[in-house]
Design a protein around this ligand. Structure first.
Ligand code: RRO
Length: 291
């Protein structure tokens, strides 16, 4: 049997599988459930600063940072790393949210510079290397915990953005967020989503994620957490070979819930053991050649 534990930017994980932001992480109870069921760590829903109540323009309602402390507290009871995802419109907002999240006790932060459909947020910031570097540097100056920057694939050079995050002091990169996508309702003859476009995820995006991780591995020295379309242990192995130190899983959890993480661990273990690899780390980046 392989030893599945990994260490990413100082975070010790029992296995390399991390619950991705936004799928099952709306509340402390669901985050804890993902962790109890076997995830190595979990990322919260991207939390924004809202003056009062809820924002519904995004895919999921958002309790805002003020209400989120209790949720983090509940998730932390599972005894595994919780990564706080935050979502702001500029460096000042990100830094403020980062301090609040750190105060809630999360073990790391993930900066959402990559949501494909939020005006003035997400990818609109993360498509610009200067803004990416400045926001990352500002958050790094505000907190002591590791900071991961989550990137969008909707750019001409993800390596350029990854290098900018690294230059800003990021401890790691998370890639990829969803692709911008749209579906048309054939009866109504209008976009299915009232917003028009939304974030496309699931098995179809895996080759895009793999290509991004592969490119980033050649461009940065900090660890990469890969994601996009992972449905099996073999898919995870593909990400590790491309250069990921760990992986996140989103859409699959939506379907398989509690069964997701134990199956992925079993399958990755089988993959590694059959090839006489002792750990996920042993295959990280191997697709790039070398010994
Ligand atoms: O909440 C969303 O609709 C959303 C976010 Br914040 C994101 O980063 N990516 C995505 O596909 N959806």
């Amino acid at each position: 049997m392989a030893e599945l534990s990994v260490e990413i930017a100082g975070l010790k994980l029992q296995n390399p599988f991390i619950l991705a932001s936004g799928i099952w992480g709306e509340t402390g109870a669901t985050l804890a459930r993902a962790l109890w069921s076997g995830a190595g760590a979990a990322v919260t829903k991207s939390i924004v600063e809202v003056p009062h109540g809820f924002i519904n323009a995004m895919g999921l309602p958002n309790p805002g940072i003020d209400a989120y402390g209790e949720e983090v507290e509940e998730a932390l009871r599972a005894g595994k790393p919780v990564i706080g995802s935050i979502f702001g419109g500029n460096a000042r907002e990100f830094s403020k949210l980062a301090r609040r999240m750190e105060g809630y006790g999360v073990q790391a932060l993930e900066l959402n510079l990559s949501c494909p459909h939020a005006k003035g947020y997400g990818a609109q910031l993360g498509q610009d290397p200067d803004i990416t570097r400045k926001i990352t540097a500002s958050v790094k100056a505000a907190v002591r915990i590791p900071v991961f920057v989550k990137l969008t694939p909707n750019v001409s050079s993800i390596a350029t953005i990854g290098k900018a995050a690294e230059a800003g002091g990021a401890d790691g990169i998370a890639a990829i967020n969803t692709l911008r996508g749209m579906a048309i309702d054939l009866e109504l003859g209008r976009p299915v989503l009232s917003h028009g476009s939304g974030g496309y995820s699931g098995p179809g995006v895996k080759p895009v994620g793999i290509a991004c991780v592969y490119e980033l591995y050649g461009a940065v020295r900090i660890p990469i957490i890969g994601m996009g379309g992972i449905s099996s242990g073999a898919d995870a192995a593909e990400y590790l070979l491309a250069g990921a130190a760990g992986v996140q899983v989103g859409s699959l959890v939506h379907r398989s819930r509690d069964r997701t993480f134990p199956r992925l661990c079993r399958e990755l273990d089988r993959f590694l053991t059959a090839r006489h690899f002792r750990s996920p780390r042993a295959i990280t980046g191997k697709a790039h050649g070398g010994p």
